[in-house]
Design a protein around this ligand. Structure first.
Ligand code: NAD
Length: 311
């Protein structure tokens, strides 16, 4: 029998895509989000939605025996986390422990939780492997604390967990409202509205972009394949592309000749992120979405869905 699925952060980018994907696979999906950042309009039809904070005792009444929980809710934006380390710890550490505790007390089957490639930010050896982390920012250390708690829950209570280190995830419903939005949504929306996109630095920084559809295939394995239990996996594409490449492809797809403006480099940003994905591949996962095809469908999404502008 398929387990019931709980998704925290269901109104956000990855959570809403995951909910959609699992509903189409026939799973019963229960979503939790306090809507502090996510949008209720993004929650797919068919989700049993609870507007609840992950810090609240109410989550103990929502999570039931044998549920599989995807814990995605978090304070996310690195610069926001730098401004407010206390709130970062509150949501990303205490909130995460509250989710683990609700899972343990209610005999949930498993917790799959979101870490981040930010755990590699202080380590320049590439491609990044799961064993070598060096988190520096408040956001990254909050994810490290979540990881340590997950390991302790497994050690002392036998709670099954899987940690997922997403690299730069992209696709429909990607956040576009941050002061500095992710590069793809920023470029597409600016060009679509006839505005000049901004490149921070000279555009040679490289990122490992992974499509949300590929991530969802691994999410499914986390539910169905015991080889994912109590392990951590990098989820990237294993290839990096420069910011200049992304702009060039986006311009071509939109048939645009608008030039970018350049702004100062953002401090602390890595020159390149690149995942070693051998561990996930060894258990049968393979990212399939080609970057150009992924960007093409992302552009189509924005063309077909009205986004309030300016964001
Ligand atoms: N998107 C990426 O490329 C990426 C990369 C690395 C890691 N991650 C991690 O993956 C997870 C999902 O990322 P995303 O891009 O979908 O983020 P998102 O910001 O789009 O979604 C996060 C959701 O969590 C909700 N939330 C925040 N605080 C909450 C609280 N206290 N209680 C209940 N809900 C709360 C927000 O309202 C939002 O809907 C996060 O943990 C993030 O750190 C994402």
């Amino acid at each position: 029998m398929k387990p019931r699925i709980i998704i925290t952060g269901v109104a956000g980018f990855i959570g809403s895509n995951l909910a959609d994907f699992l509903i189409h696979k026939g799973y019963q999906v229960v979503g939790i989000d306090n809507l502090s950042y996510g949008l209720e309009s993004q929650i797919p039809e068919g989700v049993e939605f609870h507007k609840v904070d992950i810090l609240s005792p109410e989550i103990f009444n929502i999570i039931k025996k044998d549920d599989v929980i995807f814990h995605l809710a978090a304070k996310n934006c690195i610069s926001d986390c730098q401004q407010d380390p206390v709130e970062t710890a509150h949501i990303n550490v205490t909130g995460t422990v509250n989710v683990f505790e609700a899972a343990r007390k209610n005999d949930a089957k498993k917790v799959i939780y979101a870490e981040s490639s930010a755990l590699y930010e202080g380590d320049s050896s590439l491609p990044s492997i799961e064993e070598t982390i060096n988190p520096e920012s408040f956001y990254a250390v909050s994810k490290l604390a979540g990881m340590a708690f997950a390991e302790a829950y497994t050690r002392y209570y036998g709670l099954k967990t899987t940690a997922l280190r997403y690299f730069c995830a992209y696709g429909p419903r990607q956040d576009y409202r941050r002061t500095i939005p992710p590069v793809m949504s920023a470029f597409i929306l600016k060009l679509m509205h006839g505005e000049q996109p901004t490149i921070y630095g000279d555009g040679t920084k490289r990122r490992d972009f992974v499509h949300v559809d590929d991530i969802n295939e691994f999410h499914l394995m986390c539910i169905e394949d015991q080889k994912t239990d109590n392990e951590v996996f990098n989820l990237g594409s294993g290839v990096s592309h420069s910011v200049n490449d992304i702009l060039a492809i986006t311009k071509e797809l939109l048939n645009s000749n608008i030039e970018a403006v350049h702004a100062d480099d953002m401090p602390g940003e890595a020159l390149e992120t690149l995942a070693n994905i051998n561990k996930a591949k060894a258990i049968g996962w393979e990212p399939k979405v080609d970057l150009r095809e992924g960007l093409k469908s992302f552009v189509k999404y924005y063309q077909e869905n009205e986004i309030p502008w300016p964001a």
